[in-house]
Write a protein that binds this ligand. Structure first.
Ligand code: CDP
Length: 204
């Protein structure tokens, strides 16, 4: 059985948490596609050419997710993510993952629109700017990053603007995506809503 759950949305809206929980609930594989762009971005910060970094990307480059979750890597990710040739270099891997046997959950910006327009379930996860900044600030400070709430809010706004404005695969909700605003939901409630939606499709 192949079944794809596409979860998109702006930075720090809760996509990753929801995607992981949905995958665990149904026994599906999970791919955080942001890590691919973050890994390419990190390699450019280390001096590598962006296209070469994307074309030679190996699992070991995105295995250490924590090392990729810094604010400077996030910015570098959103810069390389606006380059059409970088996105093209990463398409096949994502599509193959989406159609693997046993079900797959992918989270990102363009999964329901470009990578898997035929995904059986599509969610577009949002939350207010203030809530997203607060959540990400707490997460980064908890990991020892020295950042202010204002800096985090600025980083998210800048990335969202770049991600939504780019010509290739801009961040946008697919027409058939369910909009899930997590501003007023705690993690359990947001996950329960997503699980309910996927459950309707898989009959579980
Ligand atoms: O965790 P957060 O929501 O802050 O970001 P992420 O999902 O790790 O993605 C980092 C950056 O990669 C985004 O700001 C996008 O520029 C880019 N990205 C993308 O363009 N397409 C995707 N499918 C996933 C991420």
């Amino acid at each position: 059985m192949s079944l794809t759950v596409a979860i998109d949305g702006p930075a720090a809206a809760g996509k990753g948490t929801i995607a992981r929980a949905v995958a665990a609930h149904f026994g599906f594989a999970h791919l955080d596609t942001g890590l691919l762009y973050r890994a390419v971005g990190k390699r450019t910060l280390e001096g590598k050419d962006a296209l070469e970094a994307a074309e030679t990307l190996q699992p070991e480059h995105y295995a250490d997710a924590e090392a990729l979750r810094s604010p400077d890597v996030a910015q570098a990710a959103s810069v390389v993510a606006a380059m059409p040739e970088i996105r093209t270099a990463l398409v096949n891997f994502q599509r193959a993952f989406a159609r693997r046997q046993g079900g797959a959950v992918l989270d990102g910006r363009d999964i329901g629109t470009v990578i898997c327009p035929d995904a059986e379930v599509k969610l577009f996860v949002t939350a207010s700017d203030a809530i997203r900044a607060e959540r990400r600030h707490k997460e980064l400070v908890g990991k020892g990053h020295q950042v202010t709430l204002e800096e985090v809010a600025h980083d998210l706004a800048e990335r969202d603007r770049r991600d939504a404005a780019r010509a290739t695969a801009p961040m946008t909700a697919a027409e058939d995506a369910l909009l899930l605003d997590t501003s007023a939901l705690d993690i359990e409630a947001a996950v329960a809503r997503a699980v309910e939606e996927v459950g309707k499709k898989v009959g579980m």
